[in-house]
Design a protein around this ligand. Structure first.
Ligand code: NDP
Length: 241
């Protein structure tokens, strides 16, 4: 898949899956505009990949809108940023719930609104990939707010797919299983919990960031021109187990 000359906005580009997506896009000739939080990651992305990088806290709705407007115009959008906090359902706090929904659900909506408005205004086509999770399909203990936020994101993806396709903009969701990134360290460091999850993955391993990035880039590309509104698990068969 070639992205030569194409500009791609990638949120959450500083670490994990987002960073791998940036690496692949740079290798395939794409120009990345990275939106991410940590100043050190912004500097590293500029230095390593020569990409534009904008520092923003996606939990802040106004700052998010300002950042994406500064990132435009772009050919493609990947909403990859995400965050989690482990709390049993009965102890899930309103603050944590709101934080997760702000970053995992509201920010992708704001970013996609500005991206799509810009394309429609210019009469150009495009594609959006929202990085969701298998957690939007199943109930994972201690992940109530996370599961809810990703379920909300899936709802947005489907509405975007219907409303934006007439403008030539496709939208799809990618749903990773446990992927070996800093987030997985946070969520799956308990060996007993990790072993239980691994047992349900028929291919017998957790995902690498590159496993997810390849699928994301496929869904953006013209090879997927007829794919719109899907929720694509990248889970080694977890969902059928
Ligand atoms: P990481 O925690 O490794 O990286 C997440 C990236 O998003 C970081 O660069 C982080 O920046 C950025 N980010 C998080 N919150 C904000 C914020 N408020 N503002 C701006 N940037 C932010 O996560 P992964 O790479 O593992 O996850 C990527 C996506 O994949 C997420 O949407 C996640 O939910 C999803 N996913 C991950 C799975 C996994 O097992 N890893 C499984 C299923 C889905 P900073 O570090 O500076 O905060």
């Amino acid at each position: 898949m070639e992205f030569r000359g194409k500009t791609v906005i990638v949120t959450g580009a500083g670490k994990g899956i987002g960073r791998e997506i940036v690496r692949m896009l740079a290798e395939r000739g794409g120009h990345v505009v990275a939106l991410t939080r940590s100043a050190a990651d912004v500097e590293a992305l500029r230095g390593e990949f020569g990409c534009r990088a904008i520092q923003v806290d996606l939990a802040d709705a106004d700052a998010t809108r300002e950042a994406v407007i500064a990132a435009l115009p772009a050919d493609f959008l990947i909403n990859c940023a995400g965050t989690t906090e482990l709390q049993p359902f009965l102890e899930t706090t309103v603050e944590a719930f709101d934080r997760l929904v702000a970053v995992n659900t509201r920010a992708p909506m704001i970013v996609a609104q500005e991206y799509a408005r810009s394309l429609i205004k210019q009469g150009r086509k495009g594609a959006i990939v929202n990085v969701s999770s298998v957690a939007s399909f199943v109930g994972i203990p201690d992940h109530a707010a996370y599961c809810a936020s990703k379920g909300g994101l899936d709802g947005l993806t489907r509405v975007m797919a219907k409303e934006l396709a007439p403008h030539g903009i496709r939208a799809n969701g990618v749903h990773p299983t446990v992927t070996l990134t800093p987030m997985a360290v946070k969520a799956w460091s308990d060996p007993e919990k990790a072993a239980g999850m691994m047992k349900r993955i028929p291919v017998g391993r957790f995902a690498e960031p590159a496993d997810i990035a390849e699928v994301v880039l496929f869904l953006l590309s013209d090879q997927a021109a007829m794919v719109n509104g899907i929720s694509m698990p990248v889970d080694g068969g977890y969902m059928i187990a």
